[in-house]
Each structure stands twice: as structure tokens, then as C-alpha cells.
Design a protein around this ligand. Sequence first.
Ligand SMILES: [Fe+2]
Length: 351
Amino acid sequence: MKNSKMVQYYYLGRGAISHLQELLDNKRADEEKSFVVLVIDDYFENKNILDLSYLKQQDLIIYADTREEPKTSYVDQLTNLVKTKEHLPVALVGIGGGSAMDIAKAISVLLTNPGPSEEYQGWDLVKNAPIYKIGIPTIAGTGAEFTRTAVLTGPTKKLGINSDHSVFDQVILDADLLKTVPIDQFVYTAMDCYVHNAESLLGMINDSMTIALAEKASELIEEIFLGEMDHEKLLVASSMGGLAVANSSVGICHPLSYGLSIELGLHHGYAICIAFNQLDEYYPQVKKFKEILKKYNIVLPKVINDDITDEQLDRMAEATLKNEKPLSNAFGADWKNVFSKEKVIELLKKM
Ligand SMILES: [Fe+2]
């Protein structure tokens, strides 16, 4: 039985981001010295979408480069940048998609725990309490706002800092922030949520809370994408999907997508879609997923094409098979006898 930690507070509703100022000011013990750090997806740089006029001179805004998924080296570099200040910040805020939020989660932990981020990739390796942190998603689906993981790509592995210390103290769910997301990005990221639910529901590690959350989140996603779009409902589905997967585990699709992401540099939601599209033998939800792609005129390319060498395929398969926990969630303890390297390569070749 697990003792599951959840986000303590959340605001939900249009314009909810207007509460950020009071949340930050409540944390400032000293008007002049207390500072906050905002990690914002660089998509928002020079766009005049976010009102940050209330920030103080000593506050630090980091526009995070999210073209690539967060690397351990990048997170270490940003942590060191914050450490050049005389004190630790009183709050850290992550504004953006899964990458920006995961960077903020990781920095909040690394500021109070010694050593590089690579040392904390794994489960429950963080010892010291982190900096207070707030998550504000501007795209919905990753569930990063509600999970206990900050996924980082290291030199050889893509693995999260999975810890209760990675969980946001406060989340702000503001549907207005989703308005500017390009539609294909929007769909890829939402499908990440759909896949989390499918993997939770069809895995071995789940409980009645996970099942209830994953079922409702799936239902919401289908309702939104095959019926009428509703940004607030999508934020709710993403949060529920995040909570569901946090209390269970991902399954077959995520390990395969990690292989694609590491070798080809594909963004998480996009890699998830490429992989899930070929997993109908495992997940009945692939049928509805294909209907959604069709409705939004999204045609996924073939990424494993003639340019991919056997060595690359081999590395992708190895990266996939490193994910013991998700694969045993999907297939059981003897997963290695069921899901062989040959099978992984066969699936990758279809992608
Ligand atoms: Fe995911």
C-alpha cells in the first residue's frame, strides 16, 4: 500500500493566474531581499501574454529553452545560476508545458540537495525538503502539474526525479493560458494524458482511486476531442490523468517513446503519439485515438525510415527495455520473457 502525496492547493478557473502575485508576496519575509524564481517556457518571451509587472527587482526570470526535453546538464546549469544569488529563493514557479514545469520541480529539489541532478534520477533519492513551488500549466495533458516526477534526460537514460519532494505545493489551472497553443501541439500533449490513462488502466499497478481517475479522465478527453473543445475540462482531465499515473505507472507506450525521444530528439507528446499509433494489439483505446487524429487532420509521419541505422534501432530498443517498472506494470514480473528485444524492434520498425 502506498502513502500517496498530492498537490496541496489549486486554483481552477479563467484568470486564475491573477492569484500568483498574492501567493508570491505571502512568501516574502523581506520586501527587499526575498526573491522568487520564475521558470517560464521561452515561447512566452517578448509575447506580452503574461503580466509580470508586479515582480520585484531582485526576482529572477529564467526563460527556459524547451525545444529539447530538459537535460540533466541544462537543469544543473540553471540551478547554478540561481545559486549565484546570496540567498535561496522563497518560491519557484514553473509556467509552461511539461518541460518548463519539470525544470522548476527539479531546480526546487536541487537547490536544497547537493550534487548534480543525475544523482537523483530514480525513486525516492531526494533527502532534504525542497523550495516552495508553484506549477502553472499553459498546455494540458502531461499531468506534470500533479505528478511526483520531474523527467530529465541524462547522458544515457531518460528518467524522472521521482519523489514526494517533486510535488508542487500549489497549482494554478487557468484555461485562458491555453488559448495560444498551436493545434497540433495541443493534440499531441492531450494525447499524452489519454495514453497515461490507458497505461494506468491496463497495468498491474493500480488501485480503485487510480482506476476512477483514469476512467473519468479518458472519458473527458474523448468528450472534448470527439465532441466540443473545452479548455477548462482539458486541464481537469490532465490533472486527473497525472494523479492516476502518479499512483500507478505508465506501461508499454512510454518506454517506446523514450527510445524515440532519446535517439531522435522527439518531444514527449509527439513521440507518445507516434508510438501509441502502433500499439493496437495492446491498447483498445488506439481506435479512438486514431479517430481523434483524423478529426484534427493530423497525419503522423514514419520516423523509423530508411535513414535509421541498425545501431540506432538497437539503442532505441535498449533505451526502451531499461524501463523495468513500466514494463512489469504492463506485463507482470516476467515481462522479459514476454516483451523481447526482437518484439521491441518489430514495433519500432512500424513507427
Ligand atoms: Fe507522458
